[in-house]
Design a binder for this molecule. Sequence first.
Ligand SMILES: Cc1cc2nc3c(=O)[nH]c(=O)nc-3n(C[C@H](O)[C@H](O)[C@H](O)COP(=O)(O)O)c2cc1C
Ligand code: SF4
Length: 684
Amino acid sequence: MPHDPRYDPLFEPVQIGPVTAKNRFYQVPHCSGASENAPDANTRMREIKAEGGWGVVCTEIAEIAHTSEFWPYPSLHLWTDADIARIARMPEAMHRHGALAGVELGHIGLAAGNRVSRTPPLGPTSRLTLESVEPFQSKSMDKQDIRTVREQHIAAAVRAKAAGFDIVYAYASHGLSIFSQFLQPSFNTRSDEYGGSLENRARLLREVLEGMKDAIGDTCAIAFRFAVNEIDGDVVQGKELVEMLKDIPDLWDVNISDWPEDSQTSRFSKEGFQEGHVAFVKSVVNTPVVSVGRFTSPDAMLSQVKRGICDLIGAARPSIADPFIPSKIAEGRTDEIRECIGCNICASGELSYAPMRCTQNPTVMEEHRRGWHPERFSKKGSDDRILIVGGGPAGLECANILSRRGYEITLAEARETLGGRVRREASLPGLTEWLRVVDYRLYALQQLGNVSLYPSSPLGAEDILDFGMEHVVVATGASWRRDGIGRYNRHPVLTGSEGNVLTPDDVLDGAEIHGPVVIYDEDGAYLCNTIAEKLAEKGHDVTVVVPSAEIAPYLALTMEQHKVIARLMAMNIRIERLKMLSSIAGDSVHFACVHGGPGLTLSLGTAIVATSREPNDSLFHQLSSLGSALKDAGIKSVSRIGDCEAPSIIAAAVHAGHRWAREMDIDVSLNPLCYFPMPLSEKF
Ligand SMILES: Cc1cc2nc3c(=O)[nH]c(=O)nc-3n(C[C@H](O)[C@H](O)[C@H](O)COP(=O)(O)O)c2cc1C
Ligand code: SF4
């Protein structure tokens, strides 16, 4: 199908210095939680994006020198010429599909731990290092150090050119750059020509940009990634810097700082959220501008270009959730775009030193290891029919992929609506966009003729025998426990019959809430604090009690924790930390101090207790115990997937459903990479 001609401007080529992007779709630099720990996986992930139509595909940060060590976070390296061959596989892969290849060179200065090289971290002055609790301070750089960093940066640019990159970056964003630290008076109190005025503080950056241009500017475009509020949050100085350097870079990649601000979740901001900050740049510079804002809608992208906000549509998360966005727009298949939900599970990969996962795209970082392509599926291997019990994220994804493979599917869901926990949780404040997980899959299923969906259809083991389908996949989810067992309490502390105790399931089912509410959160993610918000909005007096040192520790990995705490405080929700649930008796709830100090007793109308979940696996066990009755009914296999197998995040449920469907009738033992960890490089 041809694309809507309205979108033609998105497919115009854009000249960037000496190179030309074939269209305006620009995958900005983003890390993968793997980098050189899994070079094949990283390369294939980028290649898939190039195949999906992105005009430019960039890498994550590539360290320019051993004094800029990300360790233990995965990253790329361009320290020496020996690094060229390894990194060259990425531009090669991108070029195979006509994309330009960009590399983001970086020296992270005060954010480096230098734990391997044991060289002191570098900074404009001696300060405690960033991103660490260790009492390490930087060395205040002398002139030789400054000269060395400048030369290392330019040498890394020369290596980037030799590796085949078309666009080479200097980076001053997220506070994670030595240039940023020189730019910021809060770090830079030098009295020499590298400190004081903005011109002086920008001197190292200018020298590097000009040096890069001289060294590689004949064939490579020089890009500059700059957060407009990078200079101690002062946008006026940010604007002055753009004015000052406007004629040097071939491309301005502009955003806001720090990383949690740049990659805000949908709970806190909507598509296009950076526009108000970065829109001025285009009126200052004469070279192309790329900017970001979790763009998934072609109309929003078009509007950015038409209104002169940017020339290239930058995307990190949208390109992770759907690497084929440009192709889908080009082919008039915009309804098939798998839109990012803004949950930042992807970011949690890098922050937990693990290959990136995505709630919407289960194939990400599995493109090489398992050979999964996000848009291509092997044809069915038999005429077997499959019954899926449960229409949550695992069941819907399983049905979606199986039906694309050509199998005949029946999906039965006990509740009136499909979507399981996602539909229920999306009703909480700020989580509406999570419904995209359901909508995308339901839309896809509705386009296919080989699937029958039965909501309001609770099935027992006998019903399933009557169905007589060859394979049964149980995806019945999990339920919050009523006995208080979790990470802190390993034995029951509640009887389950306390009249005023609810679980999150009860709340999502609309249970009545009375009087002051005490929410006890061992889950540590988003559920309890969104419930707290919802109840406070309704006028309830709400206290959140956590056994951890801070609320929602998991949300540190999605970079939302600070925002959540600030929001709860702004809503006058009381927070009690380091207290674990002991008992609930009548209208009192008792907590012990996790360190043995004084406990806490609160009076309540309703307690909401979220400790851990139990798989809803009784149907699976009943079926599994039927033995020959299964065979007599023609059932060849009974499986369980998702939360019903092991409660986890939504991304894990989607992945489990996807995997089951991919592996149906496939001998996975033929792919030895599937069940082994990623190969680790021997860099160190
Ligand atoms: C998983 C992930 C990794 C990222 N890694 C980098 C990085 O290595 N370098 C960088 O400049 N920005 C990085 N970013 C920020 C993105 O480039 C981008 O500016 C930000 O996510 C906003 O764009 P989006 O709304 O399209 O995601 C990362 C973002 C994500 C989500
Ligand atoms: S993990 Fe969430 S935020 Fe990240 S790309 Fe996927 S859907 Fe978007």
